[in-house]
Design a protein around this ligand. Structure first.
Ligand SMILES: Cc1cc2nc3c(=O)[nH]c(=O)nc-3n(C[C@H](O)[C@H](O)[C@H](O)COP(=O)(O)O)c2cc1C
Length: 163
């Protein structure tokens, strides 16, 4: 029996993060895989956020974002932040968080966080690519990181994913 090959793009190893932002008293957050360091000096991180996301608009206005590295046992947190928009539900309900040095929410239950100030933003296809300079970072509880496995998110998909 022939097996259909996975498209190569689905085979790229990726970690799963939660990216938060804040502006004008509104806090927002979403699950993201498209997160990467792009410079040593200064320390810069990039995140690609699709145009329909509330987090995109909040990060654009507030000019700050915080990347949270999740533990391997935090699939539920990734599903909470990646399955619905913050325009429809309060994703932060019941979670402990504080405002970070850069202005974005820092989730206290994450493994670690990278708090950034936006230094550039550009449109790349249907996403906005935000580049942020690291202003603070911290390890909250070190553990193996959450790596993306399609099966963990098969029922909710990844918003905006191409055919
Ligand atoms: C595992 C996973 C990875 C995701 N990665 C991204 C990503 O890198 N960029 C993006 O724009 N959306 C990504 N999404 C989709 C957003 O998390 C989703 O659209 C979210 O509901 C947006 O919420 P918001 O409207 O509150 O910002 C991902 C979703 C999942 C489940």
């Amino acid at each position: 029996m022939m097996h259909r090959l996975n498209p190569a793009r689905h085979l790229m190893p990726q970690a799963v993060f939660v990216v938060t932002g804040a502006a004008g008293g509104v806090h927002a957050g979403m699950t993201a895989c498209w997160v990467v360091r792009v410079s040593h000096r200064p320390p810069l991180y990039a995140v690609a956020i699709h145009h329909g996301s509330q987090t995109r608009d909040v990060v654009a206005e507030g000019k700050c974002f915080c990347i949270h590295i999740l533990r391997a046992d935090q699939v539920d947190l990734a599903r909470r932040f990646g399955s619905v928009s913050g325009r429809d539900v309060d994703k932060f309900a019941g979670l402990a968080w504080r405002t970070g040095a850069g202005g974005a929410p820092v989730l206290q239950d994450a493994m670690a966080f990278l708090d950034c100030h936006v230094v550039s933003a550009g449109e790349v296809g249907d996403h906005t690519l935000f580049v942020g300079r690291l202003v603070d970072e911290g390890v909250l509880r070190e553990a193996p990181a959450l790596i993306f496995r399609p099966a963990d998110f098969a029922d909710i998909g990844q918003s905006g994913e191409e055919e």
